[in-house]
Each structure stands twice: as C-alpha cells, then as structure tokens.
Design a protein around this ligand. Sequence first.
Ligand SMILES: Cc1cc2nc3c(=O)[nH]c(=O)nc-3n(C[C@H](O)[C@H](O)[C@H](O)COP(=O)(O)OP(=O)(O)OC[C@H]3O[C@@H](n4cnc5c(N)ncnc54)[C@H](O)[C@@H]3O)c2cc1C
Length: 426
Amino acid sequence: MPDPSHHDRVTNTSGAVGSVGDGERKHVVIVGASLAGLRSAEALRAHGFVGRLTIVGDEGSAPYDRPPLSKQYLSGAWGEEKLWLRARGFDELNLDLQLNVRAESLDVASLALSTSTGDIAFDGLVIATGARPRRLPEPLDHGDHAVVRTKAHSDELRDKLRDGAKVVVIGAGFIGAEVAATARCRGCEVTILEAAPLPLERQLGPDMAGVCAGLHERNGVTLHTGVTIVATTAKSVTLADGRSFAADVVVVGVGVQPNIEWLQGSGLTLGNGIECDETCRAAPSIVAVGDVACWPNARYDERARVEHWTNAAEMAEHGAATLLADLNGTPEAALSYMPVPYFWSDQYATKIQFLGRVGGFDEVRVVAGAADSGKLLALYRRGDRVVGALGLSMPRHVMAYRRLLLENASWREALASVPVAKAPGA
Ligand SMILES: Cc1cc2nc3c(=O)[nH]c(=O)nc-3n(C[C@H](O)[C@H](O)[C@H](O)COP(=O)(O)OP(=O)(O)OC[C@H]3O[C@@H](n4cnc5c(N)ncnc54)[C@H](O)[C@@H]3O)c2cc1C
C-alpha cells in the first residue's frame, strides 16, 4: 500500500469553503485521473459536496504517483503497490471513476464536455489534465527515445537499464537528472547532454545549480553542458562539435508541455497552460489545477505554471474551494491562491529541496553545511527579505523556513532562525 508520507508535503494554503446548499442536485466532473484530479475529488467531498462526482481519465489505471517513476520504481526498489495514490479504494468518495476515457472537447457556454465515450453535462468542472513530455524538435525526435511520465514509460525504461548498459540522457533538468542517477545506481554507464551552460540555473541560481551539477560528477556520471545536438538515431546522439555518443538507450528529459489541445475553441483562455484568475478559476464554475494551470501568484507578482507535486495537491484543494464558492452562488468568497512553491528531487543519495522562488534574487548564502559535504542549507535574499531556502539532505531544516517565507520575513529574521548555525553539517 502506498504511504503518501514519503512525500515531503507542505500543507494546504487554501482558504474558506462551505458545503453546497443544493449540492445533491449538482454534478461535478473532473478531467484527469492523477494527483490533482484525485485531490480535487477528495477536497470536494471533505468540504461537504454531496452531489454527483465523476472523474474522467485517459489512462487505464487508477490514479498513481509519478515521482517514484524516475526514482524508487524505476530502480526496482519499489513495486507497483507503492504507487497507488488511493490504495484504500474509492468507495467512500462515492464517485464514478471513468478510466480509459478521453475528454475531447469542451463548450464553456453550454457547460458540456465531449468524451471518447459520449457527452457529459456538468454544473462544475475541474480540469486537471497535467502535462506530457516535450519531444525533441524535428528532425531530432525519434520514436525509440525513452521519456518518463507514465508507469508504462518507467516499466519500459527499467528493462533497458541493465548493469553496464550505456545510457545517454538528453536534458539535465529534474527528470533527466533523476533518471541519470537511477541508471547509475543500476550500474549503467551514464552520459548527460545539456544545452544550457548550467542545468537548473533558472530554478536555483548559478552557484547552487553548480553544486547540484557536481553531484553527477561525484557519482561517476559524465555531464556535458552547453552542447548542441545536430543528429540522433535510436542509439546515438551527435553534437555540433562532431562528438558522437553511442547508447543502448537514449532518454529525453527536456521538459513538459501542458495538455490543453483538447480545449481549443472551448472558450477558455489558453496560453502557457489554462489561464486562470488568482483563485484558480478558468471560467465561472470551471477551475484548472495542477501542472496544466497557469495563475497569477500574488505573492510573487507573477503568472506561472508550476510543475511540482506539492503544487498539484495544494492547488487541487484550493480549486475545489473556489468551485464550491461558485456552485454556492458566492463566487466572491473565493480566495487567492498564493502558495510558497516547494519541490524536492532525489538524486543519488542526496535529497534536494527548494522552498520559494528565486527569480531576481540578490544573494544566496550557505548558512549551514558545505557544498563538498553533501549536506547544505542555503538561503536566498531579495532586498531585505528572504525569498528561498535550498537544502541538500537537510530535510527538517528546509521545511522550518516555510513559515518565514509565508510571512514574507526579513533576511535578518531568517538568518537568526538558522537552526544549525552552531552545528554545521548536522
Ligand atoms: C517521473 C516524474 C518524477 C517526478 N518527481 C517529482 C519530484 O520528485 N518532486 C516534485 O515536486 N514533483 C515531481 N514530479 C511532478 C509531479 O508528479 C507532477 O507535478 C504531478 O504529477 C502533477 O499532477 P497533475 O495531476 O496536475 O498532472 P498529471 O500527473 O500529468 O496527470 C494528468 C492526468 O490527466 C490525463 N489526461 C490528459 N489529458 C486528458 C484528457 N483529454 N482526457 C482525460 N484525461 C487526460 C493524463 O493522462 C494524466 O493521467 C515528477 C513527475 C514525473 C513525471
């Protein structure tokens, strides 16, 4: 049975909700049977929605967790039974879970959804269709390159990660780095090819991105950065400088794109995902949540789409509250969704965790541990405020900063709160 506690969860930031007065007569449909879709259903029921609830998902299995697909499940350490997001079943949610059903179009004006098995009328809609791996541009894209988004992808790749196999990973973002680390742990000979001068620089800033890049070298994985790929086959990659890398398997990890094509012409605003207002509302009685949703996070004065587990879970709860406000006829009761973003990544023996957002920071300071010790806590400053906290294998200490980030605490206060200042490396 899966234990959701293996995730480093940050609890909900959502606000007030109420039960739906005439909810028993209403029908809420959720499109996307994964983390955000399931959490939306759970939140709707938890907040008193007693009407009909339908989840439509185009995958064939019950909602499962994706983070282990590049880590414990890919390595073989975990079996399938640890992936299920709701091992205790769906009975208490009293919902109609329609698997292998694809939503094909939406008409916002008439509140009608067309699916591969027929039309569904609804009163409220949650869109949680997530994202899919971005492919290499033509003519570099090759059908035999591996990607990791689904359980089937992970199953297929695991079979190829045999001891001594040559693995070339294109892209050193989180998924690419995790696959590289897992492949290395399975005894593969791993090379990572990254177009940027430094992977994760946008997410972590140059200094800390450099520290994370160093993990690969320390673990026997070769990382080539600043490269341009000019040709690929199923089993090779050639660079503009003439170098060529033979592989038993080529893995592509160059980011994801939101699943929004089915919404063309629906009446929703599409851009970098589904464009929502600050409450997660895409249109009256329609919310979008998780990897597919883009919204203005007033905390950072920016419109963003976040592709991390904790956001999918938190945004689902918040979106459910907004939807209930609409169904209750009190849309003005919906609150702004203003989370402090959080993500983690497990690479080799290191747990990387980041709280906050670093765009435009003025300083990053290592306040505990050290880059070469494998344990480190770094704080990010913008002006006189703390805006981020990065931990390498310091889980408790990173999470201690969440409250300060939520409170927009001062840099001085953040430094005074360093929990391990007197015990570096603790
Ligand atoms: C390999 C991997 C490792 C990860 N590791 C981490 C990690 O360590 N830390 C972290 O913070 N985050 C991690 N993530 C990210 C995290 O898993 C995602 O943020 C999360 O899954 C997003 O959930 P979601 O429900 O919004 O979207 P998804 O999980 O993408 O689910 C969307 C669902 O909707 C379905 N769908 C799409 N279109 C339709 C349609 N038209 N009709 C019906 N169904 C449709 C999809 O098939 C899918 O089942 C990882 C992701 C992957 C893939």
